[in-house]
Design a protein around this ligand. Structure first.
Ligand code: HEM
Length: 265
């Protein structure tokens, strides 16, 4: 391993990871510079990098679902859910920011907002939460619009999963059939071991993004109370309205219909 780097003596840790460029990407707007603005920027940039990695894993997952390779699918989904757990806990670092310190630079951000995070919207779209109104919102940003439109039109993680179940012999044309397919898998975990683990990881992905939404809205309320968002929404009230979003409603509903079975079965 070490010899790999030995072959290229001009390479170093800082060069490979482009650390000097990375350290140059935190441009504060406040004058004089507000102490907490660097934390605010670094947290957001870190999220964008994790979004990039999650999208990379989900794109691979869709390919492996299409190819019918459950081991690779579950391996990638495990990476997705592990990153998401870090994303959820990371929100709390922002709560160390003094509210009054945030107000020192908040006005300078206007009208920028997390609402405009292209990669968060890509994550929603690719997971099955496609919203034409959100796509239209990006119409004035050519780069983001092109990426989101491609995600909007392409089959997502949800489509690839249901297509795999279809190829495994389950009826999956309607909402009810999909619920019944999940009930069948949950009823016989050993018989459908790979599919059982897959649905478990997919509902965990769904749960993690919901947990992120909950932690984010509570952090926002703790920071801003009922102030309006810099993106123009009413703030906490709007964010509360997003808490019921689900990528796989059929999976959640299946739990309601699950019944006990004889132990000997
Ligand atoms: C002090 C820190 C933060 C505050 C006060 C805050 C506040 C808000 C508010 C008020 C909204 C509603 C839209 C608006 O009108 O602006 C929003 C949306 C959003 N924020 Fe944050 N935010 C913070 C940190 C973050 C971080 C670190 C991320 C990570 C990427 C993030 C990502 C998002 C996303 C993705 C939305 C859109 C949610 C949706 O529409 O479902 N925010 N934020």
């Amino acid at each position: 391993m070490a010899s790999e780097y030995g072959k290229n003596p001009s390479l170093s840790y800082n060069k490979y990871l482009r650390v000097p460029e990375l350290l140059d990407l935190q441009s504060t707007l406040s004058e004089p510079t507000s102490h907490d603005e660097q934390l605010f920027i670094i947290i957001h940039q870190t999220y964008e990098l994790w979004f990039k990695q999650i999208l990379h894993e989900i794109d691979a997952t869709i390919k492996w679902l299409d190819e019918g390779r459950p081991f690779r699918v579950n391996h990638s989904l495990k990476a997705v859910t592990s990153i998401e757990k870090v994303m959820v806990s990371q929100i709390h670092i922002l709560e160390t920011m003094a509210q009054i310190g945030f107000l020192e630079f908040r006005d300078r951000l206007n009208p920028a907002s997390g609402f405009q995070s292209m990669q968060f919207r890509e994550l929603e779209f690719v997971s099955g939460q496609k919203d034409e109104k959100i796509l239209e919102f990006f119409k004035f940003d050519d780069f983001a619009y092109a990426r989101l439109k491609a995600r909007f039109e392409a089959p997502g993680l949800d489509d690839a999963f249901w297509a795999l179940l279809g190829r495994e012999g389950f009826a999956v044309s309607s909402h009810e059939e999909r619920v019944a397919a999940i009930v069948e898998i949950l009823t016989h975990p050993e018989k459908y071991a790979n599919l059982f683990n897959m649905q478990d990881l997919l509902i965990e992905h769904d749960e993690n993004i919901s947990l992120w939404r909950y932690h984010h809205v509570l952090m926002v309320e703790r920071m801003l109370g009922m102030k309006r968002g810099t993106g123009g929404s009413e703030g906490v009230g709007y964010l509360m309205s997003t808490l019921t979003k689900r990528f796989f409603p059929e999976m959640w509903e299946a739990r309601t219909h699950l019944k006990t079975k004889p132990i000997a079965e």
